[in-house]
Design a protein around this ligand. Structure first.
Ligand code: ZN
Length: 84
């Protein structure tokens, strides 16, 4: 099912909803405050996934994060430090 991104005009939150293509978008509600005054945003897919609604965040992004962290870990430098 595709992710749809919405902006709530009541609480100004952006959120994403996982909806089937046949779902009635008019009945979408804000996941933060429950308001129906939400407007769909153009599909940005992976360009901007906020942490606001991590429950519905893209699983691809969530899986990428640990890998990035591993690569960002500094290499052990204690060997050269001991030699100094
Ligand atoms: Zn809201």
């Amino acid at each position: 099912m595709p992710l749809y991104e919405y902006h709530c005009e009541d609480c100004q939150q952006d959120f994403t909803l996982l909806q089937s293509v046949s779902a009635n978008k008019e009945e979408s509600r804000c996941s933060e405050c429950g308001s129906s005054k939400v407007r769909p945003k153009m599909s940005t897919f992976s360009s901007k996934v906020t942490g606001m609604t991590s429950k519905t965040a893209s699983p691809v992004t969530a899986k990428d994060l640990p890998n990035t962290k591993i690569f960002d870990l500094p290499k052990p430098r204690h060997v050269s430090e001991y030699q100094n």
